[in-house]
Design a protein around this ligand. Structure first.
Ligand code: FAD
Length: 501
């Protein structure tokens, strides 16, 4: 098969999976219009195969000429990371700032288990996980699987480790039983993007695990239709299909970031990729974060481009695009967007290579800096966009009122902006700002790809702090005998009196 049509993708999801949404149980993702809008996000890759403009970017080929989705290829060079980023940017552009559902978080999790399998097997000298992961990758490639990445446990009391939780021991996904056929897992994940619409969820640990928490050091792939899996969708207001005027983004597609409950779910050994090797749990988590922060960043470029574009349109439509105060605000917005673009490019183009296995992954410092920069400034950016757009963002009438013949002319007359600009365009831009400024985008910006604290922790963990200290000591003449390689044997600062005789 190797690449599927959108229809084949949808048909593969009709397997009786248990989906709770808005008070009801559904076994078919096409059974409710809101569930269908979530499905939309999974289409993009399958639809792009059909378009000759994108084949060179999205397809790779087996030796026998069979095509497959480029994302299944483990990255071997910076060019591979850059290519995936270009694909993600393009998908975000096409979908109005939205990522792919089918080949996004899950591919990052697939890369994470690939990295950990190589590192674990190298250390133990037994090729167990590499074989399993490669067989799984081959299967996914062959069946053109849609994948989700399941990392975030519900966590209960955040200050308590998994096995020390008081109310129950299932706040983090854990192994509850084992036999010669496989393991059984129980627990619950939160906010898992597109989980309802994939063929496999790849579950990896969300944190480092000490030995006492070894039952929680587990990674595996599972079908959302497996016995014991329940998917619980987020609350969503009903939006008329195709109501692009009032909801230019959400009427087209919505994210479906679900709770995934595992109640004694059986996982056969061939789909188990970490089983109690607690010392490797943080490695899987960090490898996932490296790849996923890069993916998130690529999508962020698409979103921030929309934010700035909407602000520019509103300034123009309101007749303020030449005003110095507004231009100052626009200039800040453009700086924010361009810095994110630069960081995204740098993070993809400068990968790190693991010295023991040769595994290539996005630079950890750059991806973390970039994610933090985007998230930490997002609310400020949205403040500027809303400020420029005006109060109508909160009070704009609906499409039904705008197109109501009784009041259409009134709205046309009084909601006009600058002469020569269509009132309809102005209202459409306002509706876009309204959606961009919504709570979901704001929260996703902070928490998706990991909360701000996760990146801050990483900065101090992985930065070469001694280099910073050595620079300061060098500059102010402290010689405490602790030399840093970059400062060891450095030439003296050239002094005029010594050089010019
Ligand atoms: C739209 C969206 C899509 C997402 N998609 C996915 C996905 O596809 N797959 C996936 O696995 N995850 C996904 N996530 C989850 C995301 O990674 C988490 O939201 C994020 O890691 C934060 O976890 P949390 O939501 O449990 O918040 P919390 O961890 O509860 O964070 C709330 C605050 O508490 C702080 N905090 C937490 N623990 C501690 C502690 N021990 N000590 C001190 N402070 C602490 C945090 O830093 C933060 O400030 C998604 C999230 C969103 C919003």
């Amino acid at each position: 098969m190797a690449i599927r049509t959108p229809n084949e993708y949808v048909e593969s999801l009709k397997d009786g999976r248990r989906i709770y949404f808005d008070g009801k149980l559904y076994n078919d993702i096409t059974a409710h219009p809101t569930l269908l809008r979530g499905l939309q996000r999974g289409f993009i890759d399958y639809a792009m195969y059909q378009d000759s403009r994108y084949k060179d970017l999205i397809l790779a080929y087996e030796d026998d000429g069979e095509p497959y989705h480029i994302s299944f290829k483990p990255p071997e060079t910076a060019a591979d990371l850059v290519r995936r980023q270009e694909l993600q940017l393009l998908q975000s552009r096409i979908q109005g700032g939205r990522s792919s559902g089918a080949k996004f978080v899950g591919i990052d999790a697939l890369h994470a288990i690939t990295a950990s399998s190589r590192m674990i097997d190298k250390k133990s000298g037994v090729s167990k996980y590499v074989e399993r992961v490669e067989a799984f990758r081959k299967e996914c490639k062959k069946t053109d699987a849609a994948l989700a990445g399941g990392v975030t446990d519900v966590k209960g009391d955040r200050k308590l480790r998994p096995s020390k939780q008081k109310q129950h021991k299932d706040f983090y996904v854990r192994i509850v039983d084992e036999s010669k056929e496989g393991i059984w897992v129980t627990g619950c994940l939160a906010h898992i993007s597109h989980a309802t619409y994939v063929n496999y969820i790849i579950v990896v640990p969300s944190r480092a695990m000490p030995q006492e928490d070894k039952d929680y050091a587990v990674a595996f792939a599972v079908s959302p239709a497996a016995q014991g899996v329940t998917l619980i969708h987020p609350q969503r207001d009903f939006i008329e299909w195709g109501d692009y005027f009032d909801y230019p983004l959400a009427a087209y597609n919505v994210g479906a970031d679900c709770m995934v409950v595992f109640d004694n779910v059986f996982i056969p050994w061939e789909k188990v990729f970490l089983c109690r090797e607690w010392e490797f749990a943080p490695l899987v988590t960090y490898q996932f974060a490296n790849f996923h922060r890069l993916s998130g960043l690529s999508n962020k470029v698409g979103m921030v481009t929309l934010d700035v574009g909407a602000a520019l349109l509103m300034a123009e439509y309101n007749g303020l695009d030449k005003d110095p105060v507004i231009r100052d605000k626009l200039s800040w917005l453009v700086w924010y967007a361009e810095t994110i673009k630069a960081l995204a490019k740098a993070a993809a183009a400068n990968p790190t290579i693991d010295p023991t296995t040769g595994w290539l992954y996005p630079d950890r410092m750059m991806t973390n800096c970039a994610k933090f920069f985007g998230a930490d400034n997002h609310h400020q950016a949205m403040k500027v966009v809303q400020d420029i757009a005006g109060g109508l963002v909160a009070t704009v009438p609906s499409a039904k009122d705008y197109y109501n013949p009784d009041i259409h002319d009134m709205l046309e007359k009084y909601l006009a902006g600058k002469e020569g600009v269509s009132t309809e365009y102005r209202i459409r831009a306002i509706k876009l700002v309204k959606e961009l400024a919504g709570i979901e985008g704001q929260v996703a910006s902070i928490h998706a790809e990991g909360s701000l604290a996760a990146q801050k922790m990483t900065f101090l963990q992985i930065a070469d702090l001694e280099e910073y200290k050595a620079a300061a000591k060098w500059a102010c003449g402290i010689n405490d005998g602790k030399e840093h390689p970059l400062y060891k044997g450095l030439m003296d600062r050239p002094v005029y009196e010594k050089i010019i005789k």
